[in-house]
Ligand binder design. Structure first.
Ligand SMILES: Cc1cc2nc3c(=O)[nH]c(=O)nc-3n(C[C@H](O)[C@H](O)[C@H](O)COP(=O)(O)OP(=O)(O)OC[C@H]3O[C@@H](n4cnc5c(N)ncnc54)[C@H](O)[C@@H]3O)c2cc1C
Length: 344
């Protein structure tokens, strides 16, 4: 990818370029989700993968953990690491009764719709000028945000419409119609991008917008020999594109911690150290991501739709994610591990 270009999408300044993020530095990589999953799964031996099994209960025994699945099977392991997503069963076990209310996932205040269309179709509908480089475009504006990026060796384009949501539906989804989209994007229709993206979205069978939910805070990522990672621990909005990145960081830290213990008796200390080092970083990014969404949708009180203020605030917005030295992060985790093993 060349860069991410942020442009004003609504109002009289529609079309004004705000900034190119990543140009000259690290522009990042945009990847189709299915391709990322395929690459992550490729090195794992087939005999370790068991699909179509739904975990139902977790019962800690004296030194182990028994887990049961919907198909009636049960297993006993030294530990359980739950990566079962935002509405995780393992999370409910870790947080116990508190999970149901105080720490459960809640709406973040936005919905979005994501579609994949062929490269040629997107190019002809949105305009060839946006496809000269492998560039991601983010269009910021009044109560909404539009994004498009090129995937799969220039064969596919992802188009996203996100919007501010003040009335989250109970089932977390809304049907999208021309009427609802033109109302949501009413101040965008005179600009260069909204009409094309609306047409592409409505060309899909049964287009839907999905509410974004998040874990605003979590009291612990671990209980005994059970731990939660990824979205089970820290589901966040997609505004800074880092939910999966945080899950990968979790795996990196756990790998380091497990490499530094000598007995299953120390697994509880591993999970305590994991919680100590990861939770503050993840919660900071969850809040930063939501705040980034408010800025992108023109809802930040200070910035609103002022192009110069957008530029100033967005240029440094990713520092809270990027300004980390992973070696130090792992060392910090090991320091906590030693403290927990020695019982401090
Ligand atoms: C719209 C959107 C856009 C996003 N964009 C980005 C992005 O650009 N960049 C980025 O880094 N992140 C992004 N994310 C976040 C990213 O998708 C998540 O952070 C990531 O998928 C989390 O991975 P996970 O494995 O923890 O959870 P999930 O991907 O949710 O996987 C959980 C798995 O657990 C399974 N499961 C659930 N319950 C059970 C059970 N009881 N028993 C057994 N299995 C179970 C589910 O079937 C699923 O396979 C986005 C998220 C959304 C919603």
């Amino acid at each position: 990818m060349n860069s991410t270009r942020l442009v004003v999408g609504s109002g009289p300044e529609a079309g004004t370029v705000i900034l190119d993020m990543g140009q000259g530095g690290n522009p990042g990589l945009v990847m189709h989700r299915a391709s990322l999953l395929r690459e992550l799964l490729a090195p794992i031996p087939q005999e370790l993968l068991h699909t179509n099994k739904k975990l139902t209960t977790i019962s800690p025994t004296a030194e182990c953990v028994q887990i049961s699945f919907e198909d009636g099977s049960t297993y006993i392991y030294d530990a359980v690491i739950g990566a079962d997503g935002i509405f995780s069963n393992v999370r409910k076990h870790v947080l116990q009764d508190a999970a149901a209310e105080e720490w459960s996932a809640t709406p973040a205040g936005f919905w979005d719709s994501r579609i994949l269309v062929s490269y040629e179709k997107a190019k002809s509908k949105l305009g060839a000028e946006y496809f000269e480089l492998d560039r991601q475009f983010g269009w910021v504006g009044d109560r909404a945000f539009i994004m498009h990026d090129i995937l799969e060796n220039r064969t596919m384009v992802q188009c996203v419409i996100s919007a501010f949501e003040s009335d989250p539906p109970k089932d977390r989804k809304r049907s999208l119609t021309r009427e609802s989209l033109t109302e949501t994007l009413s101040s965008w229709l005179g600009g260069p991008i909204a009409k094309g993206v609306i047409d592409l979205t409505l060309d899909q069978p049964d287009p839907q917008g999905y509410s974004q939910w998040e874990h605003k805070s979590t009291s612990s990522y671990a209980k005994g020999n059970v731990c939660i990672v990824g979205d089970a621990a820290h589901a966040m909005t997609p505004w800074q594109g880092f939910g999966a990145g945080m899950a990968i960081e979790d795996a990196m830290v756990l790998r380091k911690l497990f490499a530094n213990i000598e007995s299953p008796k120390e697994i509880g200390a591993v999970f305590k150290a994991f919680d100590a080092v990861r939770r503050s970083r993840c919660e900071r990014i969850i809040h930063s991501s939501r705040e980034t969404g408010l800025i992108f949708c023109g809802q930040n009180e200070e910035i609103r739709l002022d192009v110069n203020k957008f530029r100033d605030s967005l240029a440094s917005r990713w520092e809270c994610i990027d300004a980390i030295d992973y070696q130090s992060h792992e060392e910090e985790a090991l320091t906590y591990l030693k403290e927990h093993i020695s019982g401090k």
